[in-house]
Design a protein around this ligand. Structure first.
Ligand SMILES: *Cc1c(COP(=O)(O)O)cnc(C)c1O
Length: 425
């Protein structure tokens, strides 16, 4: 179901990207690959992106409802970020953290003045940000409070990253297979079960870490009352509260940070995905009392907070603030959820539409992997979150027209799936 006007755009893209297309075809191996097979890749090579749209090496155009997995929150190649990056490319690419990096100070100032945090550590990815959060929690307990509270409690179905510590923190067995022995001091409990959480607390518990919407795990928002109760519990028992906002941060849920929906502040929170508009950068942010837990040499990163990454992040944060991007995400997300519920009402293949802002799930009765491929055929990119859940992560500046285009494709796919399911014996 290609749109009629698509043809002209496709030809333009083909011409404009001839060089990029050729480069990709040259490096695509005819058979086999020199890469580790760590990803189950779709047979598509995307070579150009602009706003809500992507083009593959055949010139086919796609509406992007995944954003490289919640990364390109301002769309592909946003002008403001591109300009700052180009400016920085002309000045300086890399400098050691042994020197002051003005962009780092500026970004940290922007993040702290727009959040509950007072101190920032910059790194290169989500896993590294969570790793820094875990290290900070342990070191605050051991060096500042001088106790032995090293244990971190996380939740089942959570996802916190792929390093040894963060995969151990992750509440899913599949990411741990074959990697034992794992670091000690992690335990996972069912989400929303306050009694189980209380039971898991020991004299060694130093931190509780959670995602406010379990994203990879299936787009499950955490109950407000539960989050408030966890905060109270942490205060009573002297436990640090860490929010993993790697996917929910940077406007994704309709607020700059998801914790703003809850009326609860964490002691530490982490960011990465949307922070640099696609340029790799992660951040670990914390309250003032934690600042002195890290001293010179206690943590660091060669590339963390480099001039280019911080230029991209400064431009991203400034654009988000100036253009009220989170508010736009809240409005467009509410519109999309409402429209999806209306379009899919009565579709027995669809169990539920849920989400907040521009992280939206369509939970289905059966596995949805085939639907993702059908979406690609029809020019719409989206992902799953667990076997039966379609996850939509459009950019936060998506227009209503683009939202409607995507929803039309989705509802046609889900309608034919429902009809097909109905005729099966
Ligand atoms: C993606 C993600 C991570 C890991 O980020 P990487 O940059 O892939 O290391 C951690 N936590 C959450 C909630 C995520 O969505």
């Amino acid at each position: 179901m290609r749109r009629g006007s698509g043809k002209v755009m496709v030809n333009e893209a083909q011409n404009a990207n001839a060089a990029a297309v050729q480069a990709v075809q040259e490096v695509r191996p005819a058979e086999g690959s020199s890469l580790f097979p760590t990803y189950a890749r779709y047979p598509i090579a995307l070579v150009k992106g602009e706003g809500s749209w992507l083009w593959d090496d055949q010139g086919k155009k796609y509406l992007d409802f995944m954003c490289g997995l919640a990364v390109t929150n301002l769309g592909h190649a946003p002008k403001s970020v591109k300009a700052k990056l180009q400016e920085q490319l002309d000045q300086l690419w890399h400098v050691s953290n042994l020197f002051h990096i003005p962009n780092q100070e500026k970004l940290a100032g922007l993040l702290t003045s727009n959040s509950c945090a007072d101190a920032v550590f910059l790194c290169n990815s989500g896993a590294e940000a969570n790793e820094a959060a875990i290290k900070l929690a342990r070191r605050y307990n051991s060096k500042v409070l001088c106790n032995v509270k090293y244990e971190v409690i996380t939740f089942e179905r959570s996802f916190h990253g792929r390093t040894l510590a963060t995969l151990t923190a992750t509440g899913q067995e599949k990411v741990k297979e074959g990697f034992h022995p794992l670091p000690q001091g992690f335990v996972s409990v069912p989400l929303g079960d306050l009694d189980a959480l209380k039971d898991a607390i020991t004299e060694h518990t130093g931190a509780i870490m959670l995602e406010l919407i379990q994203a990879e795990g299936g787009v499950y928002p955490v109950d407000v009352e539960f989050v408030k109760a966890v905060r109270e519990l942490c205060d009573e028992r002297g436990i640090l509260l860490i929010f993993d906002e790697i996917q929910t941060g940077m406007g994704r849920t309709g607020k700059l940070f998801a914790y703003e929906h809850y009326g609860v502040e964490p002691d530490i929170f982490t960011l990465a995905k949307g922070l640099g508009s696609g340029f790799p950068i992660g951040a670990m942010l914390a309250k003032a009392k934690l600042r002195e837990a890290f001293s010179a040499g206690s943590h660091g990163s060669t590339f963390g907070g480099g001039p280019l990454a911080t230029a991209a992040a400064i431009a991203t944060v400034e654009t988000m603030l100036e253009e009220h991007v989170a508010e736009q995400a809240a409005a467009t997300g509410a519109y999309m959820i409402e429209r999806l519920r209306t379009e899919l009402a009565g579709n027995s293949f669809v169990i539920e539409v849920r989400g907040q802002g521009m992280i939206i799930a369509i939970e289905c009765a059966e596995p949805v992997a085939k639907l993702v491929e059908e979406g690609q055929r029809q020019g719409l990119l989206f992902v799953t979150a667990g076997p039966n859940v379609i996850r939509l992560l459009p950019n936060l500046l998506l227009t209503r027209e683009e939202a409607d285009q995507g929803i039309t494709i989705l509802s046609s796919i889900l309608t034919s799936t429902n009809a097909a399911a109905a005729v099966q014996p």
